[in-house]
Every structure is written in C-alpha cells, then in structure tokens.
Write a protein that binds this ligand. Structure first.
Ligand code: MRU
Length: 342
C-alpha cells in the first residue's frame, strides 16, 4: 500500500483516510485542530495502536502550532489541555500515551516558543519514521516463522491502516510473500466493527495475497480441520509478563489455537509494551457504545431496548502466546526478563 498515505502532515493540517468509510469509499479528511484529531481517534476514523500513536503525535504538533504565548511556561501550560484531550480519546492502546509522553518531553526541552514548535514537529516526524522502521524490522524477523505454503489466521486489522506504516501482523505476512513464500490468509470478520471484513480483506486484496473471510465463530472449525498453520495478531498493549491486550475475540482465538496445537504469535513494536503494568489484569479495557453491538453499519439487528455489552479489547494470558515478535527480536516464554531488557 505504498501509494496510500494513512496519515499525512500538510504543514497546517493533517490528512487522513477515513477508515470508517472503507472499503466502499476512499474518503480523505483534513483535520485542522487537535480536537478534530482526538475525535477522529475516538470515532475510529484513525485506528490501530501504532496509527493512533502517530496521529496523537501530529495532533500534539498541530495543537502547539496554533498556540500563542509570551513565555515558555505559558506555552507549556497551554499545551496541557492538548495532551489531555488527545490522551482521553481511547484508553487501551499504550502507543497513544507513549507518543504523548515523547511529545511532552520534547516540549520541555525547547528553549523558546518557536523552538518548541519546531522541535515538536521534528519529534512527530521521528515517531512516524521510527514506527515505520520498527514495522519493517519486526516483519522481517516474524517472516522467519512463516514457511512456504502456510495458511495464517489473523484477527482485526494490523496492517498499514492500523500502523500508518508497513503493518505488524499483516507486515509479517506481506514480508513472507515478498520473500517468495506462498501464503494464504483467513481473516476473521471481527465483530462488532468488522475491521477484519472491511479493512484486512481490502488491504490483502490490494497486496494480491489470497484471503478468505470467515465469521469470528468459524475460527475453531477451521483450526480443528487442520486448515490453519499459525495465528498472527497485533496488540494494543503488552504487559511486563507478556499478557496481551488486543481486539475483542483475540483471547478466544489464542485458547483455540493452543487447544489445536497451532502457534499463536503476537506482532507489535516495542512501543506497545507497557512495563509499568506487571500483568494484563491492569490494562484498561475500553468499553464502547452498546449501539455498535445492536447495530451493524447503522442498521439495527437486535430488538429495541435489549441490553448489550461492548468491551473493545480482551486480554490473552501469556501462556497462550507462542512468541512475541518485535523489532528487537522474537521472544518466547518466560517473557518477564526478556521484555524488561528491552
Ligand atoms: O479498535 P481498533 O480497530 O483500534 O483495534 C485495533 C486492534 O485491536 C489491532 O489489532 C491492534 O491495535 C494492533 S494494530 C497493529
């Protein structure tokens, strides 16, 4: 997807592809204000952990650019609500907070208002470039786990759309194909918001990688029939012990994979690892509107007034994770010491 820029800095605004409109329409939106960036993240127009991190960094730089102040102290005070608004957009993907922390540090280190503004843009661009490098490197390392002829099951969307770069789970698959391996993908539709059906299939078809769409509840069937050689997913946050928060339904897939003796891999940049949390139990899980469950693409499918739950992520205990693929290496159990060293 080289031709498609997922997030683009245009000097005084950010251009994004609206992921809620895909695959039917390729709609580009221009965001002129950091509040618009926060809103786009909240509404999943921009989504996927690394993508959210890059967007937050540019959102911060955009907010800073519009700010006027007579002293560094006043400027930093004015930047606080920018950071707070972006941080409040979504709670689970740690890349958001990681990027904002880097931006806040960059702001502190500038001497004058003008210098801080310039420094923030440099830092946002660096975050984007490093993210791209990390995606490619982890994809290369992960591709070593993929054999010629593999059929890989993936969940949600962890490709270019989710990373504003090469991709993580889909990056590994793309790299394996670039290396000349024949690979096939089974993509789960990923209810409630269908990132698999709408986005992963769209990306893979653009890459000419054979993909079969299945509903989430078909995964066990295909695993038990011996169709799937491995499962690869991305992550929104990885705790210090290797527990992984990812799109709701990931835990189910990990248990099914283990039961069927199928390797279950998690591909994510180091920026997704949160060493401040000792286990996945502490990862905040976003609870989204029940309407996303009672409706599909705006069409009601459940009786009016029915109660619905909508946790957007779940936590897969590390014992189900065969390996965590990062740009710094592929790690297997026990995770604690290895992740700490990163
Ligand atoms: O709610 P979303 O679409 O932002 O959820 C995204 C996922 O769960 C992805 O699998 C994860 O962020 C990894 S993206 C490389």
């Amino acid at each position: 997807m080289k031709e498609l820029k997922i997030i683009e800095w245009l000097g005084d605004r950010i251009r994004i592809i609206d992921q809620t409109e895909l695959p039917h329409k390729e709609v580009f939106l221009e965001l002129h204000d950091y509040r618009e960036v926060a809103d786009a993240i909240k509404k999943l127009r921009i989504r996927g952990a690394p993508d959210i991190g890059v967007a937050a960094a540019y959102g911060f730089a955009l907010g800073a650019q519009a700010m006027r102040a007579s002293s560094k102290e006043q400027f930093l005070a004015k930047l606080r609500p920018v950071s707070k608004t972006l941080a409040a957009s979504r709670p689970t993907a740690v890349n958001l907070f990681w990027a904002l922390e880097r931006m806040n540090k960059a702001a502190q280190s500038g001497k004058s208002v003008a210098q801080i503004k310039r420094g923030l843009l440099v830092e946002a661009k660096r975050i984007e470039a490093e993210n791209d490098e990390a995606n490619r490197r982890l994809s290369e390392l992960g591709a070593e786990l993929i054999k010629d002829g593999f059929t890989i099951l993936t969940h949600c969307n962890a490709g270019s759309l989710a990373t504003a770069a090469y991709g993580t789970a889909l990056g590994v698959i793309k790299m394996a194909k670039e290396q000349g391996k024949r690979v096939k993908v089974y993509a789960t539709e990923t209810r409630p918001l269908l990132q698999g059906a709408r986005l992963t299939t769209w990306e893979l078809m653009k890459e000419n990688i054979p993909v079969t769409l299945i509903t989430d509840n078909m995964a066990g069937h295909f695993m038990s029939k011996g169709v799937i050689d491995c499962v690869i997913v991305g992550a929104d946050r990885i705790a210090a012990n290797g527990d992984v928060a990812n799109k709701i339904g990931t835990y189910t897939l990990a248990v099914l994979a283990t039961e069927n003796g199928i390797p279950f891999y998690v591909a994510a940049p180091v920026s997704t690892i949160d060493l401040s949390l000792s286990s996945g139990a502490d990862i905040p899980i976003e609870e989204r509107s029940p309407d996303e469950v009672t409706h599909i693409q705006g069409v009601r499918i459940a009786p009016k007034g029915v109660k619905a739950a909508n946790p957007a992520f779940d936590v897969t205990p590390h014992r189900y994770v065969s390996a965590i693929i990062t740009e710094k290496g592929v790690f297997k159990e026990p995770y604690v010491e290895k992740l700490k060293k990163l």
